[in-house]
Design a protein around this ligand. Structure first.
Ligand code: FNR
Length: 187
């Protein structure tokens, strides 16, 4: 059986990002059951149709990574009840289809998680992200999604030490691997 490839896209470029640390925790739980890569897209420029063709190298690199992946797992903070602009910018770049370039997100499986020091748990941002990913024809695993509020209760010296939320992340890992495998079996 082919090993599943999961690409993690973190909606924060912050070095100590809790969402990036959550992605790392998911990677650890997955272990060798799937390839799991957290992509660096900090070099992707702001979208501008004037520089769309030929696609800048970072965009082409990211496009290829999404194309090769079986599942895309979004780990996103919430900014003003939305997901951050850097994530929207990346998705806008990769969503472009004209001139023979495929829309790389189409039919890819998607999982969504988020962690915040606030009370919302990133749920509102996730709902907005679902609207966008649905428009891009992704196969979204709507249940379970993971929303972690009050992050600082599970952070020590800037390091995320998942306690209460770990079983929920474990459940989401199991569910997403099954979800992706089921989609692959149907192809
Ligand atoms: C925030 N933050 C925030 N938190 C939240 O729960 N709901 C929100 O609407 C917002 N809004 C918001 C706007 C802006 C511009 C910033 C910079 C921050 C706080 C945010 O959740 C916190 O900074 C997280 O730590 C960001 O995630 P990372 O970088 O730790 O992954």
């Amino acid at each position: 059986m082919k090993k599943i490839k999961v690409l993690a896209i973190v909606g924060s470029l912050r070095e100590g990002s809790y969402n990036k640390q959550l992605a790392l925790a998911a990677k650890e739980i997955i272990g060798d059951r799937a390839d799991f890569e957290i992509v660096d897209y900090s070099d992707v420029p702001l979208f501008n149709e004037d520089i769309e063709f030929p696609a800048p190298e970072p965009v082409q690199r990211l496009r290829n990574k999404v194309l090769e992946a079986d599942g895309i797992w979004f780990f996103t903070p919430e900014y003003n009840h939305f997901f951050p602009g850097v994530l929207k910018n990346l998705i806008d770049w990769l969503s472009r289809t004209s001139k023979g370039v495929p829309q790389v997100f189409a039919r890819k499986c998607a999982a969504i998680s988020g962690i915040t020091p606030g009370m919302s748990g990133t749920g509102i941002a996730q709902d907005h992200l679902v609207t966008l990913l649905s428009f891009l024809n992704m196969r979204i695993m709507n249940f379970p999604r993971l929303t972690i509020p009050n992050a600082l209760q599970q952070v020590k010296d800037g390091k995320l030490e998942l306690t209460d939320s770990k079983p929920y992340l474990e459940k989401q890992v199991e569910a997403f691997l099954k979800f992706v495998q089921k989609e692959l079996d149907c192809q």
